[in-house]
Ligand binder design. Structure first.
Ligand code: ARG
Length: 458
């Protein structure tokens, strides 16, 4: 097949160029989409009377045979072929002779590859969506068990206000639910057929683009043939979806790494999802979370590669575009693999509710509640905020918490204080009073959990 253009050329392709030009190591993954696309194309050519019924039958039978043989391992994809399109067409002609040479009528590798990638990415994106749902399910199932597990909520990584482990985990469920929506939006925009764009300017044959589009499950056809062969927006969009999934996973990774440390000890990973050290016998390391945090960088690199690859390209096809597949395939695969290991790691992780509660007791996370207590009794919030600040400083000096300050000390500063202040400062009350929609109180959490349950059931 490398001799395809030998009539036009006087010299053989240099062996270095042959190797450099070959993309089969990556696009070989799309063999099934390439073959299915060719079958749809041949059937359309036949229906439009462009090739005969017998040629069409020979072509489609031949292609189905190739597909079955690659699937079974009876046929290995030639690693020296230029790409999967050349390999399949060459193998077809080797098997069925003359009819095989008619397959490429009214088609170019440019619209062929544009169709193949879309079909392949559609399949891969749906695998990512399944992994996202499993991740949301793992968060949900962990959260359900920890609606009463009080822990400090942080800002600036400083203890801020009380939340629960369920509240914290459900924040991540919200992120991953948005990721699901983003993925399906991107797939929806991508799902149009470029077939019939041919090399760039369509074709003189009376083809039926709608037929190939319908046969391959596309929602319609790309409106402009130049755009059909040059558009790789969908690859960048999917790499962005993968990047944001990795961003979310990486933030959660960072927290799990912190939570596993002796400084926090909020969680303990199951032995089956942790690793040891080659020298320090005591170590139990959160490698999964660290690897995911590390891999996020590679996925962002994939996105930047795609945007950079595209930004200087004149219309229509340019060989630069062959670089698209490695980047977007890697981005989706890395995101899917990361989600797939994260979900069981979460499900087997032990939350140490006692340590979470201990951490919540220190750090004055009920200070806002004291200010609110005074404000609800009539003091302007700013004055209440200032007075509470003074009490925090006083208590810190004495090594006390706010609830340990005697009532006489409180009353000396404001006669709005009464014995009910101790109930208002109790962490359980602080949580239960946070009834605003989206907050950590039991009632607000039930609503959030229900929404996630509905999403998972849909
Ligand atoms: N392997 C090529 C790619 O992935 C297929 C398209 C080749 N088209 C061309 N005009 N050389 O981009």
């Amino acid at each position: 097949m490398s001799d395809l253009w030998s009539a036009r050329f006087k010299k053989d392709t240099d062996i270095l160029l042959k190797k450099f030009n070959s993309s089969i190591a990556v696009d070989g993954l799309m063999y099934s989409e390439d073959i299915t696309g060719s079958i749809a194309h041949a059937e359309m050519l036949c229906k439009k009377g462009i090739i005969s019924g017998s040629d069409c039958a020979a072509i489609t039978d031949g292609l189905k045979g190739i597909l079955a043989d690659i699937d079974s391992g009876a046929l290995t994809i030639d690693p020296d072929a230029e790409d999967i399109h050349m390999f399949v067409e060459g193998e077809l002609t080797r098997r069925i002779g003359e009819p095989g040479k008619r397959l490429h009528t009214a088609r170019s590798r440019n619209d062929q590859v544009a169709a193949d990638i879309r079909l392949y990415l559609r399949k891969k994106a749906s695998e990512t969506a399944v992994s996202l749902k499993n991740m949301i399910k793992a968060l949900y199932e962990t959260a359900v068990k920890h609606t009463d597990t009080v822990m400090p909520g942080y800002t600036h990584l400083q203890r801020a206000q009380p939340v629960t482990m369920a509240h914290h985990l459900m924040a991540y469920a919200s992120m991953f639910m948005r990721d699901c929506g983003r993925l399906s939006d991107a797939v929806g925009r991508m799902n149009l057929s470029p077939l019939g764009s041919a090399a760039l300017a369509g074709t003189t044959y009376d083809i039926d683009r709608g037929q190939t589009a319908a046969a391959l499950g596309f929602d319609g056809v790309v409106a402009n043939s130049l755009d059909g062969v040059s558009d790789r927006d969908f690859a960048a969009e999917l790499a962005f979806c993968a990047s944001l999934i990795m961003t979310h996973l990486s933030r959660l990774s960072e927290e799990i790494i912190l939570w596993c440390s002796w400084e926090f000890r909020f969680v303990e990973l199951d032995d089956s999802f942790a690793t040891g050290s080659s020298i320090m016998p005591q170590k139990k390391n959160p490698d999964v979370a660290e690897l995911v945090r590390g891999k996020s960088g590679r996925v962002f690199g994939d996105l930047v590669s795609l945007l950079t690859m595209l930004k200087g390209l004149p219309l229509a096809y340019n060989k630069d575009m062959q670089e698209d597949k490695e980047a977007v395939f890697d981005a989706l695969k890395t995101a899917t693999d990361s989600l797939n290991i994260f979900a069981p790691m979460l499900l087997s992780m032990k939350v140490n509710a006692e340590n979470c509660a201990q951490a919540a007791k220190r750090g004055f996370i009920n200070a806002t509640d004291m200010a609110d207590y005074l404000a609800k009794k009539g003091m302007p919030f700013r004055s209440a905020y200032k007075l509470t600040g003074e009490l925090v400083a006083w208590a810190q000096e004495k090594g006390m918490t706010l609830e340990e300050i005697p009532l006489t000390e409180l009353k000396a500063r404001s006669d709005l204080f009464a014995s009910d202040v101790y109930d208002a400062l109790d962490l359980k009350t602080c949580l239960e009073k946070r009834v605003s929609e989206g907050g950590p109180s039991g009632k607000a959490m039930q609503k959030q959990l229900e929404a996630v349950r509905e999403f998972l059931d849909a």
